[in-house]
Design a protein. Sequence first.
Length: 107
Amino acid sequence: MEDREQYERYRQDRKVLAAIGAHLDPQVPRITVRLPRSLAESAVAAWDREELGRMGEESREEYELRDDAAELALIGMAITSRGEWGGEEVIVDLDVVQIAASVRAVR
């Protein structure tokens, strides 16, 4: 019973977190970042890649890996659509969610 109550508190916490996100989302514009060309090219390759077939049942770790790959592809989409290539870097405006996902992957 204690676990059930704990998870109910977590569900309530998620609702508060989502309410904060709904409040902050319109306040946070895209942020202009610079990426090395090689990393930008890898992100674009992830965007261009076609994943065929359906995913079966996956573990939590597999789900998180797939989610991170999807975030990389979304960064690749942003680079493709609005990136400015110059020399050895790319300048692109990224959503704060994409930036947060990449920083979270480091931790």
